[in-house]
Design a protein around this ligand. Sequence first.
Ligand SMILES: Nc1nc2c(c(=O)[nH]1)N[C@H]1C(S)=C(S)[C@@H](COP(=O)(O)O)O[C@H]1N2
Ligand SMILES: [Mo]
Length: 527
Amino acid sequence: MDPARTDGARPQRSTTSTPRWVGIVLGVVVAAVALAAGQVLSAFAAAASSPIVAVGQAAIDRTPEWLKSFAIATFGERDKLALVVGMLGVLAVLSAIVGVLSLRRPRVGVAALIGLGLVGAAAALTRPGAGPTWALPSAGAMAVGLWALAVLRRAALRAPRSEDAGGRPHAFDRRAFVRGAIVLGAAATAGGLGGAMLAERRTGAATSRARVRIPAASDPAPPLPAGADLRVPGLSPFVTPNHEFYRVDTALVPPQVRAETWTLELFGMVDRPRTITYDELLGMDLVERDLTLSCVSNEVGGRYVGNARWTGVLLAPLLEEAGLQAGSDQLVSRSIDGMTIGTPAAVVMDGRDAMLAVAMNGEPLPIEHGFPVRMIVPGLYGYVGATKWIVEIEATTFAAFDAYWTRRGWAEDPGPVETMSRIDTPRPLARMPTGPVVVAGVAWAQHRGIRRVEVRVDDGDWQEAELGAVPSVDTWRQWRWRWDATPGSHTLVVRATDGEGITQPEQRTPPFPDGATGWHSVVVTVE
Ligand SMILES: Nc1nc2c(c(=O)[nH]1)N[C@H]1C(S)=C(S)[C@@H](COP(=O)(O)O)O[C@H]1N2
Ligand SMILES: [Mo]
């Protein structure tokens, strides 16, 4: 017998008989509907204005460095996916609790939705480049959430029609509630996915990129020397294809910038500040260079390194023309999403091919790699020289300004990249038959070049590897060494010597704060 009906009164609106799962489903579905509405509305404001993206992005910026390093180490390039999944998980639990509570006290649900709206709006409004419309997706999410809460709550608390009430275990209209929850849940899923896609599309960055035609470089890269690619199976290709190029940045969704409206502001300690449009940039002398880019957070043996052919405008002549003042020792570049990167001015001006790149491997920059324009400085880690989605360069001093990563403890001026070498094949823990095996990999010391690579098996002597050809000192270098594998478990170790004759140190140091050092090794089993 249904205790709620023992008094024989009118159909109950009491919640005592509404099972807890109803509250859980209600809470989760209402939250999903609200967030989906936020996604859809963000398509009309800016992709980064959706409550999930804005709050996630704010969380990234406030994450302490140790946690960020942990996330990168644990989730690698999926660190941001992990953040979103984690956020959604926490939200699901909170909304389930709120849902259960709001069955009896609707004010709890209303307060939670207002809170979501306020936090989302505050996060969106404080993003770099945000305008007042950036608050709309969160406000809309709140409004739609309140509506969904009212609809589902009504269904959850409605008594079934009297004729079938007696035979049912619960004094609420299960069918109406489940139907409502499914419809709203499906709408939320469609809206969430569609909204995210629409938001990216509406900005027009992809269309803009498809329309871009990069003129031929007036200073093209020479054809790759024969033998740059040793073509060993399992060895990283000399040129990293764009879709395989590592990606490291703090952007939850890659900033969507159109070339047509892009400008670069060059200002600060320069005699002639100027604004450069994309067309003006393409009209300047374009150079084409093979350059290897690596990340300071790359671990020994890690994959945060790639080599591409970049087309762009050299920075040194541009800065000279603008009248860079002698007192300026730091160039602070800013991206559209507020990232700041500080580069030693002396390095940019010393004659190397530091550039504003517009193309990567013959294509306009991919959106994830900085479309329409990014910086590249050969010989420097990405965090001090490779600003993506760049919109400003300010000539200033190290004393006057701390860039994003510097504020988080990474070295303000880490100096040149560390010399590194990596064994690509055989893979760690590989098993192989006795006999000849090709051991191969890549080594890099950008702007100094690689002079020698040596391999050692267990405690044997160092053996010199054969080196691939290179177009310049600014790229990585492939190497291979033929090993006559003997049965047993073996450790293969590699070390490189740079163009200045300095051999990579054995001692392992972690990436923080100025780049990892140490020899890479793999253990294999020969049968
Ligand atoms: N706007 C912006 N530019 C950025 C970053 C970023 O987070 N935001 N990360 C930097 C870092 S740490 C590296 S290693 C390189 C990586 O460039 P890639 O993603 O094209 O490989 O971009 C640099 N430029
Ligand atoms: Mo990096």
